[in-house]
Every structure is written in structure tokens, then in C-alpha cells.
Design a protein. Structure first.
Length: 123
């Protein structure tokens, strides 16, 4: 009887952990460029409507227009997307989701994930 309970618990843990995986960065994947790939995403999704286009604004508003802005204000943990504030914000659920007008397209989120995972270079 006890071996079935243990087996059942192991299976539950396995299935839960399988659902919590993050995208994998392939070493053969092309390098993501901040200037050509990430910055246009930031400008198109984060700086519109006066949200993160300037450092002036309401409480908690900060700029995400330049590389330095994204690194300093986006809480980027180079090489670790899951630990980066920006990645957490764009993959959040509910009221913490950014941008607040709706989830970004999955391919844009993946591009940011890859850029951070590749070292968040200023390229």
C-alpha cells in the first residue's frame, strides 16, 4: 500500500514539474540583437501611451527606451530570464501583466527570453 502512495506522489511531482518548464535556448540559435530585435519590442509594447517612454511620469513609471534603461529599470539578470523582472512582468498573470492592455505575442516574449538568456548584450 505504501509503495503505491509513494509512486502516486512521485507521478504528481513529475507532472507538475513538467508543466513548469521554461523555453530552452538552443546553442545553435541565432544571436538576438538588442537594437534590431528587443528595442523595437520595447518601443512598440512598453513605451506607448506614455507608460515607459520617459523617466518622468507617475509613481512607478520608468523608461524602457534605451539599452541602459532596459538593463537598469527592467531588472535584467543576464543569462537568467526567469529571474529577470522584465521577463516576469511580460509573462505574469492577472493585474501584474505587462503591457497592461494585454499579453504580448508569444514570439515577442520568446525573443526577449532568448536575448536575456544569451547574456542581454548591447548589440
Amino acid at each position: 500500500m505504501n509503495k503505491y502512495i509513494i509512486l502516486y506522489l512521485v507521478l504528481i511531482v513529475f507532472f507538475i514539474s513538467a508543466c513548469l518548464h521554461s523555453p530552452v535556448i538552443s546553442p545553435n540559435q541565432p544571436e538576438v540583437s538588442f537594437k534590431n530585435d528587443v528595442q523595437p519590442i520595447m518601443i512598440g509594447n512598453c513605451t506607448s501611451s506614455g507608460c515607459h517612454g520617459t523617466s518622468s511620469g507617475g509613481e512607478g513609471i520608468f523608461s524602457l527606451m534605451t539599452y541602459d534603461d532596459v538593463i537598469n529599470n527592467g531588472g535584467i539578470n543576464s543569462g537568467k530570464p526567469e529571474k529577470s523582472k522584465l521577463y516576469k512582468a511580460i509573462t505574469s498573470k492577472g493585474e501584474n501583466l505587462m503591457p497592461p492592455n494585454g499579453k504580448m505575442a508569444d514570439q515577442l516574449i520568446l525573443k526577449i527570453y532568448d536575448w536575456i538568456g544569451q547574456g542581454a548584450k548591447n548589440n
